[in-house]
Structures are given as C-alpha cells and as structure tokens.
Write a protein that binds this ligand. Structure first.
Ligand code: 3PZ
Ligand code: ZN
Length: 365
C-alpha cells in the first residue's frame, strides 16, 4: 500500500524558535492597535483570540497583564441578550464562540468581572441541548459531537454542569462511538476522526465515564495515525498535519497511552513545521503559518516534553541518540522549561485548570 506522507528533506528548523513565536503571536494579540482585526477574519475572531492568548500563556507568564483589559472589553461587545456569545461584534451567537470566550475569561480569572451573566449564559447553552442529549451549535439546529464538547466544556468551566442532564448528553456521545475501531465520528454512524475522538474523550473525562470505551483498541488506532515522516494524520490515507499532533496526543494522554507513538520522530516533525523567518507553525513543513497551528504545535510539544520530564521511567532510547543531529535528552529538557504544561482536556494551561475545582478523569495503562 502506498503511504501518503511528506518528505522531511532540505534545511528544516531543528530547535524551538521561542522568541520568534512570541513575536508572531503578539501581532495578533495586540488588540489595541487593531492589528488583530486586519489579521484574523471576523467570523473566527473569538476563537482566534483564544488560540493566540493560550499559545502566549504557554510561553510567557507575563503575558496576562498586557492585553487583558482590551480582550475582556472585546468579549463584552460580543455578549447577546440571550447569554450567547458571537465571534465578533454584530455577529450571531454560537456555541463554539461561547466556549472560546469562556476559555479566555477563565484563563484571565475574569468570570466574575461582570462581562457575562453566568446564569444567562448557562441558560443559552441549555437552550441548545436537545431531548436526545445532543447539542446544536446555534439556533439553526445543526447537530455535531463537537457541539457536545463545547456545551459540556463550557458548563464545566462555568461551574454549571447541573444545568443539563449529563448522563443523557454522554449517552448521545456514545451513540457516535464506533465499535469497529474504538473511535468516534461527528454523528451516529459517521467515520472515526481524530478531532472528534478528542471532543468525545474530553467530554467523557469531564463526566467521569471513560470506562465506556475500549481504550486499547482506540489507542491502537490513534497510534497508527503516525506516518514515516513522524507527523500524524486525522484518519487513514490522509497527509500528516500539525494540528493532529494535538488531537491525537491529547486523546492518547487522556487514555494514558501517550507512549504508544514515537515521540522523537514527532518532535522532529513538529520542529520542522516552524517558519524560521516569521515565527509561527504551519500544518506541514514549508507551509504558511497561522495562530491555530502555532497553538497546536506548542501544545503538542508541551504534552510530549512534560511527560518526559515528569516520568522517571521514561528513558531516551539509545538508538535515537545516534547521529541524526539531534540531542534528544537536551531538547526535551529545554522544551519543557520553555513551554508550560497544557491540560489535555481543556487545552488551557494546567495552572489555570488547577485554579478551578473541576474533576477530570484519566485512564492509565
Ligand atoms: C483552520 N477552522 O473552519 S476554520 C482553522 N482549520 O475556522 C483556523 N488544518 O483556511 C486556522 N486545515 C487555520 N488561524 C485553519 C479553524 C478549521 C480548521 C483548517 C485546517 C486546519 C488544516 C485545512 C476547523 C477547532 C476549530 C475549528 C476547526 C477545527 C478545530 C481556513 C479554513 C478553515 C478554518 C479557518 C481557516 C485558512 C487559523
Ligand atoms: Zn491542521
């Protein structure tokens, strides 16, 4: 069988370009000079701010102070009378942007800063919950498992999970479970896809119901997403894409099987997707960079490097420390010092999640 993959040849970055990434992202985060408004299309803006600020928080603890007030003021202009939040001022509210806005507010510890009325926003989310346990994205009525995670994740961060029947919500998620490969699709009967698997596992982790899946079967399918280049794809026969480093690694972390992939090969792929000139990460080596892939490059490195620095049983395999030009032991140590720990369920820094009293479930082998 022919494998679809990319070549890892030519001069590709081999080290983390930390200060370039901070510079790249600051252009987007600096709302005050309206840079951001030119850089990120309007219909994505709220999520764009979440990708950008989360990426900066992972690298730079002083970041919080800089854009906080402007960003919170921007969110306030997107809050609708029904409690929903839109991507930008004047747009319709949507569950995905409501989730992004809540993630940003929680990361700034601003839930009680009178930007939203928590009860109203919880009621807005409840209004999108259907009697079969599924979630709509907005009043147009489209249903997707992504919206289930956005609903559950939002309510958990608001401390309002009791607003919905959580068991029923998880029963719907389990209708999207595929017994053949252990994965999840967007709706019942749909093909498994790594991004939707992440949404499902994150939902099950919040609900404490991860025992409902076959973690070995799913872990196997997830580990098979790694290609000879080291990069990961989202389903069979697809090219590798940096953002799947996050969807797959976060999923494997939640089910306690992160060590089922070759981390050293993935490290080389992730570093190769950096742009040496502009900073930022793209989907594949040599491609255009954006804040979305920049966040998921950094979160992938965070999961990999912190697992290394935390787990004394994980040693660097000898055959990896040969002559491919990589000093793995030093790379992992230095990356874990430069990038903070990310929470695999919420994709927010672990220190922010520690401030909440949300209980999450993780499996171990
Ligand atoms: C990208 N969206 O629908 S999108 C997204 N994709 O809003 C944001 N990997 O064309 C950026 N591809 C770049 N900055 C891409 C978010 C998509 C994912 C597209 C993509 C990613 C390969 C082609 C869906 C969470 C939220 C949203 C998604 C996934 C997960 C696009 C195309 C689509 C979109 C935005 C821009 C540049 C950035
Ligand atoms: Zn991608």
């Amino acid at each position: 069988m022919l494998t679809r993959d990319v070549e890892m040849t030519g001069s590709l970055p081999k080290e983390l370009l930390l200060s370039k990434h901070i510079h790249f992202l600051r252009k987007y985060a600096d709302n005050s000079n309206e840079n951001y408004e030119q850089l990120m299309v309007e219909y994505l803006r709220m999520s764009g701010i979440y990708w950008t600020t989360t990426a900066l928080q992972l690298m730079d603890s002083d970041f919080d102070k800089a854009g906080r007030a402007d960003i919170l003021a921007m969110i306030k202009t997107c809050v609708h009378p029904n409690g929903g939040i839109s991507a930008a001022k004047g747009h319709d509210p949507h569950l995905l942007y409501t989730f992004s806005a809540i993630q940003i507010m929680v990361s700034y510890d601003a839930l009680n800063d009178q930007i939203i009325d928590i009860d109203k926003t919880a009621q807005y989310i409840r209004s999108l919950h259907k009697s079969d346990g599924s979630f709509m994205g907005d009043s147009w009525g489209e249903v997707d498992i992504r919206f289930s995670f956005a609903g559950i994740g939002s309510l958990a961060l608001l401390g309002r999970l009791d607003t919905i029947d959580l068991d029923k919500t998880i029963d719907y998620v389990m209708l999207c479970y595929n017994t053949i490969d252990g994965g999840f699709g967007s709706r019942p009967g749909s093909e498994s896809h790594a991004g939707l698997i992440y949404c499902s596992l994150a939902s099950l982790s919040i609900a404490g119901q991860l025992d409902r899946i076959d973690a070995d079967l799913l872990g196997w399918w997830l580990a098979e997403r790694q290609l000879p280049s080291g990069g990961l794809n989202g389903r069979p026969e697809k090219l590798p894409d940096l953002c799947y480093s996050w969807w797959v690694l976060a999923s494997l972390t939640i089910i306690g099987r992160l060590h089922w992939i070759d981390k050293h090969k993935l490290l080389r792929f992730i570093l190769a997707t950096q742009d040496e000139e502009t900073g930022g990460f793209g989907d594949r080596p040599g491609n255009m960079v954006d804040p979305f892939h920049t966040l998921f490059g950094l979160t992938g490195l965070s999961l990999l490097s912190h697992q290394y620095s935390c787990d004394p049983n994980e040693s660097i395999p000898v055959d990896h420390n040969t002559d491919d030009g990589f000093d793995y032991a030093n790379q992992w140590k230095s990356i874990s010092e430069k990038i903070k720990q990310i929470n695999p369920v919420f994709c927010m820094t672990q220190s922010v999640i520690n401030r909440t009293n949300i209980k999450l479930q993780y499996l171990s082998l």
